[in-house]
Ligand binder design. Structure first.
Ligand SMILES: [Zn+2]
Length: 73
């Protein structure tokens, strides 16, 4: 994967400050009430609220079901 784990570990949702989860070509906020997905462009995570879009609850559930729960809340 192009995004190093140590970078992922320090990335957080700019909206709610929750850790994000890598899912394909995007980073998904781990907070159920937020569920924002941030795009990755040319290996650069775009951590901007204006660039994100909130996932449907069912879609977010699917992402989180396949990933370990992000550290912290
Ligand atoms: Zn968030």
């Amino acid at each position: 994967m192009a995004i190093p784990q140590d970078l992922l570990d320090i990335l957080a949702c700019p909206d709610c400050k929750t850790a994000v989860v890598l899912e394909g070509e995007r980073l998904v906020c781990g907070k159920a009430e937020c569920r924002r997905a941030y795009p990755i462009r040319e290996d650069i995570p775009i951590m901007m609220i204006e660039e994100s879009r909130p996932l449907e609850r069912s879609e977010w559930d699917k992402v989180m079901a396949t990933r370990p729960t992000p550290a912290g809340t």
